[in-house]
Design a protein around this ligand. Structure first.
Ligand code: PGA
Length: 258
């Protein structure tokens, strides 16, 4: 099954209006393959600013939202508010939310279920720490994080998973294409066994963690890597090259049609 390649930027807590104008400028100037999907994860205070200025072929994503409609939850934003601005995507379960803000698997699953109920599309982040990898627990962690969500939702069509090994985030230490492919492949098998074969075949799994223009092409060749979630490099013009990482040279595209 052909899965649409999807590349997202995660600006985290970076930028101001002047810097955002620069980013919008290079995004407008760069070419985006018609078949690729692109989103940018924007700090909540700038969601509307970016939504008003973004190119049509790029969607805006929030970096978080809460698990209920409204109420006394100081500092939080709801899926309804995102929809009110025209925002279609939300990134949930990023490792920084898990580690720094103490978000549990359970809370992330509840947020995911509520966001989907409200019609948002969700990028669900999963991934192991260095300690967990070194003690051979990578699959266990990634499956546990995915299962928490599987216990709460039935329909996966508006979910994209981002596999982001914590040790690769912001460290310049990218997983090798083989390391990433191995986890993507085991996760897809877990999904086939525990959710359904259809979901396993159709769900897109992005890789994230120190993705750059220099390493994106090799990663994009892996069978189970369906795109990227890009932090640091999404603030720079090289993000456009990462968006194009799956563009095939003429001889390769002939090859793939055989
Ligand atoms: P990085 O961040 O590309 O800067 O490593 C990725 C992410 O946190 O999504």
């Amino acid at each position: 099954m052909e899965r649409t390649f999807i590349v997202g930027g995660n600006w985290k807590m970076n930028g101001d209006r002047k810097g955002i104008d620069e980013i919008i400028k290079f995004l407008r100037a760069g070419s985006i393959p018609a078949n690729n999907e692109v989103y940018i994860g924007v700090p909540s205070i700038y969601l509307d600013y970016v939504q008003q200025r973004k190119p049509k072929n790029i969607e805006v994503a929030a970096q978080n939202c809460y698990k209920v409609e409204k109420g006394a939850f100081t500092g939080e934003i709801s899926p309804d508010m995102l929809k009110d601005l025209g925002v279609k995507w939300v990134i949930l379960g990023h490792s920084e939310r898990r580690a720094i803000f103490g978000e549990s698997d359970e809370l992330i699953a509840e947020k995911t279920a509520h966001a989907l109920e409200k019609g948002l599309k969700v990028i669900l982040c999963v991934g192991e720490t260095l300690n967990e990898r070194e003690s051979g627990k990578t699959n266990e962690v990634v499956f546990r994080q995915t299962k928490a969500v599987a216990d709460k939702i039935k329909d996966w069509k508006n979910v994209v998973i981002a596999y982001e090994p914590v040790w690769a985030i912001g460290t310049g230490k990218t997983a090798t294409p083989e390391q990433a492919q191995e986890v993507h492949d085991s996760l897809r098998k877990w999904i086939a066994d525990n959710i359904s074969k259809e979901v396993a075949e159709s769900i897109r799994i992005q890789y994230g963690g120190s993705v750059t223009a220099a390493n994106a092409k090799e990663l994009a060749k892996q069978k189970d890597i369906d795109g990227f979630l890009v932090g640091g490099a999404s603030l720079k013009p090289e993000f456009v090259d990462i968006i194009n990482a799956n563009a095939k040279k003429p001889e390769e595209s002939k090859e793939s049609k055989k």
